[in-house]
Each structure stands twice: as structure tokens, then as C-alpha cells.
Unconditional design. Structure first.
Length: 196
């Protein structure tokens, strides 16, 4: 094997590794299901009993934060792609939801905004953070973010069970892709070889 051929093979290997990584970047299945259940239960509670919903979101959010870190780390280690700096960046991104919620609550208190509008503003901010998660991590959030943003506005015009409907859509949007994570397309070179 010539040196040029070896270099070509090495570059091809690196290109395939990068392609595999780009295809495999998604929220771990356990975290997607955990968040889907959290969203579904919390949004149903918003339609049924807002007091319980607030308590559920506070406690459930803390539990998800505590469980999400080890689940995400385990997933990264199993996939062979654990990078401490990358893990910190992902954690800071999703933790920014707390900053957004704190900002919305502070603004609503300062402006005297109460009731369902507070929740709608919070969901609007979470929608933006979801969309940015799609830009940087999991492409599924590229559409989930705008759906959340639109849903935060649509709640105003839905007379009954608007939160429940939005919760169902978001929960399905989180869970359905988990059935397809294991399926990856072969690299272009493999496709050419299979066609030959």
C-alpha cells in the first residue's frame, strides 16, 4: 500500500467518523421519554389544576436535572463519544431553561402579569431554547421549538384543553424519533459498493 493510499484511507475513516457522529447526535432515549412524560403530565395539570401543575413542574424539573446528567453521561460513554467540555456545553444549554423561566417570572412580577400568560411566556422561551438545541445538538428540536412557540400563542385561542393538546404534540415529538435513532444510513462509499 502506498503512502498516498494510506493517507486517503485515513482521511476516509475520519470523514466516516464525523458523519457517524453528526447522524448520532440526539437526545438519549431515556431522557427523551423522561421529558415527554414530564411535559405531558405537567401540561395536562395546567388544564386541570394550575396549583398542582406549578408544584409538579418545580419538583419534576429538579428531578429531571438530577437524573438527566448521569443518563446523558452514560449515553455518551456507551457511544464512545464522551467529552467533558462538550457535556458541560450541553448541560449549560438545557440549564438555560431555568434562566429563561427566572427572567420571565421576574418580568411578570415587575409588570403585574398573572394567570395563564405567565405560563405562555415561559413556554415561548422554552421553545426558543428547544430551537437552539436543534441548531446545536438534535435536529428534531428544529421543529419542536417553533411548535412550542406557536403553541404558546395558540393557547390563547383554544377554549378548552389547549395545554393538554400542546403537551401531547410535544410528548409525541420527543418520543417518536426515539424509535428511529438506531437506524442510520450507510456512508456514501458503502452505498456505492452495495450498488456495484
Amino acid at each position: 500500500m502506498t503512502q498516498a493510499q494510506q493517507l486517503s484511507d485515513d482521511l476516509n475513516y475520519v470523514r466516516q467518523a464525523v458523519t457517524r457522529r453528526e447522524r448520532s447526535q440526539h437526545v438519549p432515549v431515556a431522557i427523551a421519554w423522561m421529558v415527554a412524560i414530564y411535559v405531558l403530565v405537567g401540561y395536562v395539570l395546567l388544564d386541570v389544576n394550575t396549583n398542582w401543575a406549578g408544584l409538579f413542574f418545580a419538583i419534576g424539573g429538579a428531578v429531571m436535572g438530577i437524573l438527566g446528567w448521569p443518563l446523558g453521561k452514560r449515553h455518551a460513554i456507551r457511544s464512545g463519544e464522551y467529552d467533558r467540555a462538550d457535556a458541560m456545553r450541553v448541560m449549560l444549554h438545557w440549564a438555560s431553561i431555568l434562566l429563561g423561566i427566572a427572567g420571565v417570572i421576574g418580568l411578570c412580577v415587575a409588570r403585574g402579569i398573572q394567570g395563564p400568560a405567565v405560563g405562555q411566556f415561559i413556554v415561548l422561551v422554552i421553545g426558543v431554547i428547544y430551537f437552539l438545541g436543534g441548531v446545536h445538538f438534535d435536529r428534531n428540536f428544529l421543529w419542536l421549538g417553533p411548535v412550542l412557540m406557536a403553541g404558546s400563542i395558540a393557547i390563547t385561542y383554544v377554549p378548552r384543553y389547549g395545554w393538554t393538546a400542546l403537551g401531547i404534540v410535544i410528548a409525541l415529538g420527543l418520543v417518536v424519533p426515539t424509535f428511529f435513532h438506531g437506524r442510520t444510513l450507510p456512508a456514501p462509499q458503502q452505498q456505492q459498493q452495495q450498488a456495484a
